[in-house]
Design a protein around this ligand. Sequence first.
Ligand code: DC
Length: 225
Amino acid sequence: MINIAIDGPVGSGKSTVARECAKRLGIMYVDTGALYRTCALFCERSGVEIIPENEAAIAELLETGLKLDIKITDTVQHVYINGEDVSDDIRTGAAGMAASKVSALPAVRKYLLGTQLDLAKHNSVIMDGRDIGTVILPNADLKVFMSAKPEVRAKRRYDELIAKGENVTFDEVLADVNKRDYQDTHRETAPLKQADDAVLLDTSELDLEQTVDSVIKLIRGLGKL
Ligand code: DC
């Protein structure tokens, strides 16, 4: 059994890299951002505004109204709201921003804690998120903190959103990236930060292949796979 934690800000490339590493190593990839996105989407669909004042109402809504299922086949993770596959619906820029807001609520983090711990306990995983190395898997075999300059990360997000047909400008995406960075690093509960024992990987000058190779090398270096 092996647990790898990959954290980093939006657009650092962590999801793509984590997925590819999991595929090459034949272990499970868990995208925890998708869980926050799903909770956010459910709040929005239920007409509950994501603001701190609504924390108790949101906790109650999630506890009583949401059956959140995750199915992972190979390295493809699907998320479901009460049986409906919402894996594509959660991938918009708006859902990302809503997820950033909902993730600042301690009650929501608590709601998603058990699911994440369970997956890591029963499987060899590469789990990516914001607090995996600091909170969820403090004893992970390896922690990687991926980052890159905001402009580089915004360009990656912009290309992704344009490819999906979203109507956005680069400046809007850059503003969003900066806003989400600020929200994710300044919240009180489990803010995005590098764990003391995490390896820092700056991907500003690296392409996907080079980044994947670096992470695989670190994992192989553990001598467990
Ligand atoms: O990785 P992502 O863009 O899909 O994440 C969406 C939001 O969810 C992100 O802005 C912060 C939040 N998040 C979090 O707080 N903790 C995690 N482990 C993963 C994501």
